[in-house]
Design a protein around this ligand. Sequence first.
Ligand code: HEM
Length: 346
Amino acid sequence: MIAAPQAVESPLTRAAIFIVVTVKPDEAALETVRKVCGGMASLIRAVGFRNPDAQLSCVMGIGANLWDRLGQPNRPQGLHPFRAIHGVYDAPSTRGDILLHIRAQRVDYCFEMAMQVMRQLGEAVELQDETAGFKYFDNRDLLGFVDGTENPAGQDLDAAVVIGDEDPDFAGGAYVITQKYMHDLAKWNALPVETQERIIGRHKLSDIEFPDDKKAPYAHNVLTNIDDAEGRQLQILRDNMPFGSPSRGEFGTYFIGYACEPGRIERMLDNMFIGDPPGTYDRILDVSTAVTGNLFFVPSADLLEALGDGPGDVPDNSGNGGADDDNAPARSRDGSLGIGSLKGGN
Ligand code: HEM
């Protein structure tokens, strides 16, 4: 049986917090990170169980450099640092060892989870970026278009996102690429809606897709719609979130894309930034600047827990993700949750 994935496929939520940290160079920092990996399932249960309607989830991704430091016997086939792109526009590669993708229907659950996990990571890590995202009206990005419509569902979703037999030691895992984009909203809003629609390849109000023969060659949904050698579409799972600060004039989209292999997301990025053919680039980039770029491996829930036991442990492919863990830092020995002001542990 394939190991249980982390909550990569959890439903799109109203709120999210994205945290990217680097891990300090010492062995004690690595030990702390291992403990957090081992106790993550327990911590999510502790924070989220009080209100299942909140649909709290937290996906933990691990970057290539940290993976090598963790002393595991082998490396997931597709894991490497994010490759910067220098095309018509630049996609930078920025520092990041751990991604925490925290989602919930309520901001307070995201906040509590972020607070608890950061408290556990403590001095072991240095913050690179924290972005709090929100859903904007009917799942729109700040450019005003509905974002996420063409995400795969059901079996297509599993096939797109979860690593299978092609890399058996890491079955149940996934890859994730994140990029934080800042928008020049004044420039975008100055464009006629018809021009915006040609850039996205969909109608703005209704979200109806343009017929293929009416799409511009540079439309976002032309450049990101890619096939394999047999003509089958290569899909990814996106859970982009708007973020921003109106008083500072900051408006953005946090792009997050999951896939069973990172190459397809990298191809989409090449198409957007370099163009397909080169020069036919994505006009979203005329008003959007990528300021971060990271690639992480998302271990299965079982492997994440096994990382808590130290170097060289083989993943448990039994599918028993989330089994109780005596070392879980979130649950104190007396069985209380050990969270919030009741324990005074913050
Ligand atoms: C500023 C950043 C971005 C914005 C505002 C944005 C917005 C959108 C919107 C509005 C759609 C149409 C609705 C939908 O199907 O979701 C879409 C589709 C899509 N986007 Fe993006 N996107 C961004 C970046 C990216 C990046 C970096 C990638 C991949 C590397 C990507 C991949 C896709 C894919 C695969 C689709 C579905 C295309 C199809 O098959 O129709 N997007 N995006």
